[in-house]
Design a protein around this ligand. Structure first.
Ligand SMILES: [Zn+2]
Length: 346
């Protein structure tokens, strides 16, 4: 009888893709990082893993939303959007939502980024969001957690992506910048406004005495990092002192990936992204990534020891093959469901 009841409940839990990762039990539906809101009922609970815009659509959901405080704050400064109907979820603290327990774990991707460990009555599901598995100047490495089902990003899910050590990349970036300054240029780093930009500011603060001037768009995120205890020293290009340094002194300029506006002096441009390994162009590019590389992904998956692995994002053929041969598991894309299926079952 007990066995039968367990079987019945097992059919009750559902993990699927419906404009976001859905974990549904007989009493609650949780949607993680939805990309659209049209299918999400107002009673569903939405979780947001981190503040990059491809993960934050859920902050527009009418019902209850949860993320770390830092994720909401960075989203708010970047989008001038005040999120209502919100409950903060702290890292490493368990939160109960009906018959489901949710624990946010550090994802190492940017300030406030979280993985979500969801325990239903039947299984434990770990959703990684975007993860980075090495320590950086502004983040601690994501730690794996044992789970039954692992839903993992695989942005760099090909063996081609092997990143040099963080220290090597940091040294290369600083060396390049100093060299450009000696040649009379302002080194200009094009990076994501949230996460990478703050790592670059901290890099020059720690390893050089060069003033760091930033695109004013980065100011609010830098301040969120400061508030969270990260010592960042920068000047906005919009400030009088920042403008003067930019005009007259050796300095480093940090801006967004697509900003091509002139800053008045000769500029040497560089990008800092994991894609640098496959980029060809006349600008410098450094493989400074906020994501795990192939080997880190494999180690992470092994340490989680899951029964099932679902992969989202990225070209993950290499990773799929390896999971099959080394772990004896099928790695699949998350199965899609439609609204009708979800409401019929629950
Ligand atoms: Zn991200």
């Amino acid at each position: 009888m007990r066995h039968l009841r367990r079987e019945k409940r097992a059919r009750g839990d559902k993990i699927a893709w419906l404009d976001g990762l859905v974990v549904a039990t007989s009493s609650v539906t949780i949607v993680i990082d939805p990309v659209k809101l049209r299918t999400i009922s107002s009673t569903s609970r939405v979780l947001v893993s981190h503040a990059h815009s491809d993960h934050t659509r859920g902050f527009r959901h009418k019902g209850m939303k949860q993320s770390t405080t830092e994720t909401r704050e960075i989203h708010s400064v970047l989008n001038s959007h005040r999120v209502s109907n919100f409950q903060a979820i702290d890292l490493n603290r368990k939160v109960s939502i009906d018959d489901v327990e949710v624990k946010a774990l550090n994802a190492g991707h940017m300030l406030g980024s979280a993985q979500f460990l969801v325990r239903t009555p039947e299984s434990s599901i770990l959703y990684t969001g975007d993860i980075n598995c090495v320590d950086t100047l502004t983040t601690k490495a994501a730690q794996p957690h044992r789970c039954d089902v692992l839903v993992i990003e695989a942005t760099y899910g090909s063996p081609f992506y092997h990143f040099p050590s963080r220290e090597t990349i940091y040294a290369n970036v600083v060396e390049w910048a100093v060299d450009m300054i000696k040649q009379g240029y302002i080194p200009c780093l094009h990076v994501y406004a949230a996460g990478k930009a703050q790592e670059i500011v901290r890099l020059f603060n720690v390893y050089t005495h060069l003033p760091v001037i930033v695109n004013p768009l980065l100011d609010g995120v830098n301040m969120a990092y400061q508030k969270a205890g990260h010592a960042l020293d920068w000047m906005s290009a919009a400030s009088v002192e920042g403008g003067e340094v930019l005009e007259n002194n050796p300095c480093v300029y940090v801006t967004t990936p697509n900003d091509r506006r002139s800053i008045g002096r000769k500029t040497a441009r560089a990008f800092a992204t994991g894609w640098a390994l496959s980029m060809r162009g006349r600008n410098a590019a450094f493989p400074l990534s906020s994501h795990a590389d192939f080997e880190q992904l494999v180690s992470f998956i092994k340490a989680c020891s899951p029964r099932k692995v679902y992969i989202f994002t990225g070209s993950a053929e290499g990773l799929r093959r390896l999971i099959r041969t080394e772990l004896g598991l099928e790695a699949k894309a998350v199965p899609s469901i439609n609204q009708r299926t979800l409401s019929d079952d629950y």
